[in-house]
Design a protein around this ligand. Structure first.
Ligand SMILES: C[S@@+](CC[C@H](N)C(=O)[O-])C[C@H]1O[C@@H](n2cnc3c(N)ncnc32)[C@H](O)[C@@H]1O
Length: 317
């Protein structure tokens, strides 16, 4: 049975973003709606909760939630950066926008969707099943150099080249169709001495992460979404993101730090020539991590990092 998704850093998200009665909140990654329900309770009957997700399974969960909460609700089944741009065109003004990145437990546990190296399933990994590109096409169609690049960039896997080579060698004989065949190829590519170095971690973990990011265009979507989210925030609005690996974390951190930065003139300039003033105040100087108790209850929370910033009037810091 598919378990539900346990929201990560939920208490901390509420504590730091302080959703209040009557506010407009945008949940960019609805999933099973764990965070959204908490927000709905806070904003109450006068508030509006816009929920975005590109997975139709999330839309089913949304219908259940919408029937049970008192605030106004809306679902947008699309890529979050597109939804945010649409909201901008509609002149929607948000008090709070948040993203809880990555995939949900519902997606990982739906074996047939091929997200997990632990279950044998067709190579798919699409969050949006209508998307054309899937994992099978990448594994069997992308040239060796491009595969290695994806494994290195998105999986930060030091063995990217030898794994890509083994996949290409195998697919010359017959296309790789399943997650088990991919796991087998990864394991075969690595000499026993290297495999032992993985300790508790599965050697295919980084490769699955890399392919999933490529299939779903995750990093580019995040790069488009952060400025789009910022653009719909009111003054005093909050932007929050929970990330799960360094590639996401770095993007969120850099984006927020740039907004919080004022003058960028060289230190030896006697007067400011750039005229830049901060647009953000960082509410988390360092990323907030889940407590040991949360990780014990929900090991999938382990790598979560929460960052939050407040939109301030330019020149207000
Ligand atoms: C970690 S889960 C969110 C879980 C949710 N906060 C909860 O409490 O149940 C991430 C969700 O974001 C969705 N998602 C990821 N990237 C997306 C994108 N670019 N556009 C729209 N939805 C996306 C996934 O389909 C998934 O359902």
């Amino acid at each position: 049975m598919t378990r539900t998704h346990v929201p990560v850093l939920a208490g901390e998200l509420i504590e730091l973003t302080q959703p209040a009665a009557g506010e407009n909140v945008v949940d960019c990654t609805f999933g099973a709606g764990g965070h959204a329900r908490l927000m709905a309770d806070r904003i109450g009957p006068g508030g509006t909760l816009v929920c975005i997700d590109r997975d139709p399974a999330a839309q089913e969960r949304f219908e259940e939630m919408a029937a049970e909460v008192s605030c106004e609700t809306r679902f947008m089944r699309m890529e979050y950066s597109e939804a945010l741009e649409l909201l901008h065109e509609e002149r929607f003004e948000a008090d709070l926008v948040y993203l809880d990145l990555g995939i949900s437990s519902m997606q990982v546990d739906a074996r047939e969707r091929g997200f997990s190296y632990s279950y044998d399933a067709p190579l798919d990994m699409r969050m949006d099943p209508e998307r054309r590109l899937d994992a099978r096409q990448i594994v069997n169609g992308w040239e060796e150099r491009r595969l290695a690049q994806v494994f290195r960039r998105y999986g930060e896997d030091p063995n990217a080249r030898i794994i890509a080579r083994e996949i290409v060698r195998r697919r010359h004989r017959a296309p790789l169709e399943t997650t088990a065949q991919l796991v087998d190829a990864v394991e075969a590519a690595l000499p026993a001495a290297i495999r032992r170095r993985f300790g508790g971690s599965h050697p295919a973990k980084r490769i699955f992460q890399a392919i999933r990011i490529a299939v779903n265009d995750e990093l580019e979507a995040l790069d488009r979404a952060l400025p789009a989210a910022w653009a719909i925030l009111r003054e005093d609005g909050r932007l929050a993101a929970v990330s799960f690996h360094s590639l996401e974390a770095r993007r969120v951190k850099r984006f927020l730090a740039e907004r919080a930065r004022g003058c960028i003139c060289p230190p030896d300039m006697p007067v400011c020539g750039c005229g830049r003033t901060p647009e953000a105040e960082l509410l988390t100087r360092r990323a907030v991590a889940p407590s040991p108790g949360e990780v014990a209850d929900n090991p999938r929370a382990r790598s979560g990092q929460l960052r939050v910033a407040l939109r301030i009037a330019e020149g207000g810091a």
